[in-house]
Each structure stands twice: as structure tokens, then as C-alpha cells.
Design a protein around this ligand. Structure first.
Ligand code: CTP
Length: 446
């Protein structure tokens, strides 16, 4: 029996796929089709696939050409599959000509004619309505945001708002956007806003944008109080809008896997989460300016509290803060959050340097994410018995903002109003801890 194998994503299955599968089948007696897993596609930068792996497998089966469907989940798997299944022919569309010649060592490689004029990319573009995004604030992060939207289907930045006309114009010229220094005309031009203005203005901008019927992606810290965060989510729910806190680590693939692995018990019961983030900055800068909401807590608490809240929850017993102050801002803060059966510590610096790693300690072992853990692309699970240790590698593409943008657009387009990656309750819990800090009840000044 002559065995043929072919691979693909098969998103929004189209005539090109059907022709390819028919041609592949005609090369032998038995056709194996490898369909990429969702995580494999994400890992190789294909972020916009519309059908999930189960839907894509069903679509391939429904063509009637596949005798067996397998899942492709890692680089190098093709060589394993060809040997494991005793494959005689590897077939793929001519858009890949030459790219799989390395498989000739294992079987015959055939590049089949590709059907012109149709592709999943094209179908996705036709299906997708474009979400027009306006950026509020034109600082450092906004400059990184615009290029990242260009790799996400369905997202288009069209306008920028800055109350300073010169600043708005300067930013707009760099990216060919429409500049605004008046807020209402700016909102009229867009479907959604990305708030990247100074911290103290986030709440007000988010509230105005939501009231005007616009979806909101808001930089961290979304608000500095639990009450304000709750109010914003309430308005969003009443208006049927998406409100998402741009806590970028929450959306990055490797961090998602850290959370699911720990939740599934690989380190046993979690007893301690220890996490740090420090970025030492030189004055004069917003991070060291009390009037602009500077300080380690406002700057870094949202990202660092995320693993604690995700893994240990909101039902903590108490929170203590220890801060080193300079010119009215905390240049270093240590937060200790105690739970009935676990503890955690979070260290943050804008004027003190620490190792920026994440350690999740459990009764069986610990999960270690080296610095900079918030740009997670690699982590390890370590045990007393070193032979059981495991290392995990991921890609962290571009500036990493594409993952949150993709989730934001997907929520808007698919009319999904919550994200398990950054839940409303988690965002509120983080804002509450920041609020407790500013109230100063359990604060020790060093
Ligand atoms: N294919 C084809 N003709 C097309 C589109 C795809 O023959 N018009 C083939 C590809 O060469 C590949 C298989 O179908 O062998 C699966 O490809 P896949 O990447 O799923 O399809 P595309 O439509 O090219 O997807 P995308 O636009 O996301 O790259």
C-alpha cells in the first residue's frame, strides 16, 4: 500500500484545499492529513486562524479524501511522522516548492499545483470587518503599539489623540494617522480606543470612551482603585462593549501555559509565588514624578500581581507593603500577600534593581521563569529529582503587544465580552491592591 502524507492549517476550508487533497490522494492508496494544532499555529506566528483545530479536522474529514487525520504540534514532527507511519510520498502545494526538500532523505517529495485565486488569508480578510482603533496618548508604548497592530488581521489604527496639538501631529505623521487634540471629534472617527496616556488619566478617558459607545483597551494600571475599575466594567456591560486591561503578559502564549500547567498540579499545591520586576530609570521621567502618578507600585504592580492573583486567587487574608521613598514616589516596593494556605511576595523597583524572575513553589516542585519573566518565552519545572526536570520554549514575537491586540479584536468581532486571559475579577482585584497601597494602611516606609 502506497502511503501519502500532507499537512496544512485548513482554515475556512476552501476549493484550493479540496483540490490539493484530491491530488494528494491520487498519488497513492492511503492519505494521511496533518492538521496543525492551535498552539502550533500561534507559536509560528499564525495568530488569526478562525476555525479551531476540531473544526478544521472535521472540515478535512468531510472532504472524504483523508483516510487518517493527525495533529501537527511541533517543528520536526514531519520527519517523525514519515518514519512512524511508513510514508512513501510527502505532498504539499507548490507555494512551498523547495522548502521541504530536506524530507527527500525519508520519502519522495511532491509539490502539487496550487489553486490560483483562493487562500485562507484572503477569505479571512473578506470575512473580517476592520476595527478602527484610535490611540489616546502618543508616548513610548503607543509607538510600539502601531506596528504591532499591522500583524493582526482586522485591526487598523486610524487616529491619535493628544491634547497637545504638536504632539498629536508629530505622532500622526510618523504613522500616517489622523491627529486630534479635541476628544469628541476623535471618538467620532473610531470604533475602539487604546488608552496609552499618563496613568492618572486612564480612568477618565476609559469612562468617556465607553459612554460614547467605544470599545476600550486600556494600558496598565487601568485604574488606581477597585471602585473605579468596577464602575468601568459596569458601564462596559451595560453598553455591551469590550473593556480589556492591556496587561500584556496575560496574553502571551508561554505565560498562559505557565498558568495552566500550575493549575493542573505539576508543582503540587502552590505554597509560594515570588515575583519581581524592576526597571531603573533616570530623572526627569514620568516614572519618578509623583504628580504624574509615578512610582514602582503604579508602574509595575499590574504586571507583577497578575501571576499571584491568577494562581492564588482573590481571597487573601492580608496584604502588607514595604516601600523605599524618594521625592514622594516609591522607588522600591515589596508587597506580601498572605492566603490561608499560601503566601506570595512581589518586589517592584524604578530606583532599585532586583532580579526580575518568577518562582512558583509547590509541594512537588517549582516552576521557574527567568528574568524578564513578563516577556515569557522560556520556563522550567524543577524537582528534587533532577531527572524529572522539564524545560519549555516559546516564541514571543515582536514587542509582544500583538497578543493582547489579537484578543481585543477577537472579542469585538466575535461579540465576546470577557476574556479568560484577563478576567474582569482579576483586573478589579489588582486595582484594589493598588488602592490599598495608596490608602497606606499596611504600609511600612523603609
Ligand atoms: N493550497 C492550495 N491552493 C490554495 C491554498 C492552499 O493548493 N489556493 C494548499 C497549500 O499549498 C497546502 C494546503 O493547501 O498544501 C494547506 O494549506 P493552508 O496553509 O492550510 O492554506 P492557505 O489557504 O494557503 O492558508 P493561509 O492563507 O493561511 O496560508
Amino acid at each position: 500500500m502506497k502511503k501519502v502524507i500532507t499537512y496544512g492549517t485548513y482554515d475556512l476550508l476552501h476549493q484550493g484545499h479540496i483540490n490539493l487533497l484530491r491530488r494528494a490522494k491520487s498519488l497513492g492508496d492511503y492519505l494521511i492529513v496533518g492538521v496543525t494544532s492551535d498552539s502550533f499555529d500561534k507559536g509560528r506566528g499564525k495568530l488569526n486562524v478562525r476555525n479551531n483545530v476540531l473544526e478544521r479536522v472535521e472540515a478535512v474529514k468531510a472532504t472524504g479524501y483523508a483516510d487518517e487525520v493527525i495533529i501537527e504540534d511541533y517543528t520536526g514532527q514531519k520527519i517523525d511522522d514519515i518514519q512512524r507511519y511508513g510514508v512513501d510520498v510527502f505532498a504539499i502545494g507548490s507555494d512551498w516548492t523547495g522548502k521541504f526538500d530536506y524530507l527527500k532523505e525519508y520519502c519522495q517529495v511532491v509539490y502539487l499545483p496550487r489553486t490560483e485565486g483562493v487562500s485562507s488569508t484572503q477569505l479571512r480578510a473578506e470575512l473580517q470587518s476592520i476595527v478602527k482603533i484610535g490611540i489616546i496618548g502618543s508616548g513610548r508604548i503607543a509607538n510600539r503599539f502601531v506596528p504591532e497592530t499591522q500583524v493582526v488581521d482586522g485591526a487598523s489604527v486610524v487616529a491619535v489623540y493628544n491634547p497637545e496639538e504638536v504632539e498629536a501631529k508629530k505622532f500622526a505623521e510618523g504613522f500616517t494617522l489622523e491627529p486630534f487634540c479635541e476628544f469628541e471629534p476623535f471618538l467620532d472617527e473610531v470604533d475602539a480606543v487604546y488608552i496609552a496616556s499618563p496613568h492618572l488619566s486612564h480612568y477618565q478617558y476609559a469612562k468617556c470612551a465607553l459612554q460614547a459607545g467605544k470599545h476600550v483597551l486600556c494600558e496598565v494600571p487601568m485604574t488606581l482603585s477597585g471602585k473605579e475599575a468596577r464602575e468601568l466594567y459596569k458601564i462596559a456591560a451595560e453598553k455591551g462593549l469590550v473593556l480589556l486591561e492591556a496587561n500584556k503578559t496575560a496574553f502571551c502564549p508561554a505565560f498562559g501555559h505557565v498558568v495552566t500547567l500550575v493549575k493542573s498540579g505539576v508543582v503540587g499545591d502552590v505554597v509560594d509565588v515570588r515575583v519581581s520586576l524592576s526597571k531603573v530609570v533616570a530623572p526627569p521621567t514620568r516614572e519618578l514624578d509623583a504628580k504624574q502618578g509615578g512610582g514602582a507600585m503604579n508602574e509595575h504592580a499590574s504586571l507583577t500581581l497578575l501571576p499571584v492573583i491568577k494562581l492564588l486567587g482573590f481571597n487573601y487574608d492580608n496584604v502588607q507593603f514595604h516601600s523605599k521613598m524618594e521625592d514622594g514616589v516609591d522607588i522600591y516596593t515589596k508587597i506580601v500577600i498572605n492566603y490561608p494556605h499560601a503566601t506570595s511576595s512581589v518586589t517592584l523597583g524604578v530606583g532599585v534593581k532586583t532580579e526580575g524572575d518568577l518562582v512558583i513553589s509547590g509541594t512537588k516542585g517549582y516552576l521557574y521563569v527567568p528574568a524578564p519573566w513578563w516577556l515569557t518565552d522560556y520556563f522550567e519545572i524543577r524537582y528534587e529529582d533532577r531527572t524529572k526536570n522539564k524545560k519549555y520554549f516559546y516564541s514571543y514575537d515582536g514587542e509582544g503587544l500583538r497578543y493582547e491586540i489579537q484578543e481585543f479584536i477577537s472579542m469585538i468581532v466575535n461579540k465576546r465580552r470577557s476574556s479568560y486571559k484577563m478576567k474582569k475579577e482579576e483586573s478589579i482585584a489588582i486595582a484594589e491592591i493598588i488602592e490599598q497601597y495608596h490608602v497606606g494602611k499596611h504600609l511600612v516606609i523603609l
